[in-house]
Design a protein around this ligand. Structure first.
Ligand code: PRT
Ligand code: ZN
Length: 300
């Protein structure tokens, strides 16, 4: 760690994010949207926060829970799968999920060879299961009162059945393409995962606690408007009830009179996707002059 990093740690908040990999870029994007900016150091390990006293540490995702536990970092952005796996392995792990962040979605699943005659979870009994998630798998086996052999591998879990190392696997799945390419089929979900903001179970106090609260409020605002749009249109009074029924994802739509006209003007903050098809449905139901505006910021 650079000397400047250790010198500022007490009165500045430090967030660990993945240096590269799947979560690195979306994590930076989220923090930028929350108003942070940084100067990267030459070693690309430490980024000094410029707009707020919030610095970044760029690390491997597997190290993030431990860095929070050791107090080297205050917060971290990491997959729920990594966080819960490390919780499963360490009694009283001192880190918790503070917020789901809506990216990096995947599932921890059991997958069996295509020709495996799968009926239910009991099919796993006395089988060998290859995984990089031995803690979460052991928890699942325990919950289902199933005895099986856990074969812990650090990578390339999907080829274990073909190599004769295991009968089935327990691995992360997103599109399912890796399973299909390896003649495996997903059969059981152990965990729904996504990137999360993690922090110490005990919370943070003082300046770092205040910065955490500020950041959480901003992240909540960013997540809330991620797919949101402001919808504006006009309609005849008789069409309004039908139109409101089509806006089930809208937050308290506003209906106002239009000067010198029988028309009403509607304004609604919609949280669902505003597709062309949706706009065409609204038009058919009587909406006129539809405008869809992006939301720049929201502070609740
Ligand atoms: O170098 P570092 O240790 O930091 O990174 P890493 O290689 O350990 O992790 P990385 O970048 O691969 O993943 C980081 C996090 O992204 C994971 O911990 C998950 O929370 C999340 N994530 C989301 C995924 C996937 N989707 C995913 N599909 N992580 C891994 N995969 C792998 C999976 O293991 C399998 O090999 O992708 C393959 C399956 O993908 P599909 O699309 O073929 O189903
Ligand atoms: Zn990793």
């Amino acid at each position: 760690m650079s000397p400047s990093a250790s010198a500022v740690v007490r009165d500045r908040l430090r967030i660990a994010i993945q240096k590269s990999g799947r979560l690195g870029d979306p994590a930076r994007e989220l923090l930028r949207a929350a108003g942070l900016s940084w100067r990267e150091s030459r070693d690309r390990l430490f980024c000094f926060g410029e707009t707020l006293a919030v610095d970044l540490l760029l690390v491997r995702d597997d190290d993030i829970p431990g860095l929070i536990a050791d107090g080297v970092c205050d917060l971290g952005i990491v997959g729920r799968n990594v966080l819960l796996e490390q919780r499963a392995q360490v009694a009283n792990a001192p880190f918790v999920e503070l917020r789901p962040l809506g990216f990096g979605g995947c599932r921890l699943m059991l997958a069996v060879p295509d020709d495996f005659d799968w009926r239910d979870a009991s099919c796993v009994a006395h089988r060998r299961i290859a995984t990089s998630y031995p803690g979460l798998l052991a928890q699942w086996l325990h919950t289902h009162a199933i005895e099986a052999t856990v074969v812990t591998l650090s990578g390339s879990v999907e080829i274990a059945p073909r190599l004769g190392q295991a009968d089935l696997i327990c691995d992360l799945v997103s599109s399912g393409a890796t399973l299909a390419a390896n003649h495996l089929k997903p059969v059981e979900t152990l965990l729904e995962s996504e990137a999360v903001l993690a922090g110490p179970s005990a919370g943070l106090s003082g300046l770092r606690g205040e910065l955490t609260d500020l950041l959480l409020r901003r992240i909540d605002g960013v997540l809330r408007i991620r797919d949101s749009k402001l919808l504006l249109f006009q309609a005849a009074r008789a069409a309004v009830p039908g139109l409101l029924a089509l806006l089930e994802d809208a937050e308290a739509p506003t209906v106002t009179a239009v000067h010198d006209s029988d028309q009403l003007a509607l304004q609604a903050l919609c949280h669902g996707a505003m597709t062309w098809q949706r706009l065409e449905n609204l038009k058919r139901a009587g909406a006129q002059g539809l405008l869809v505006l992006p939301i720049e910021r929201m502070l609740a």
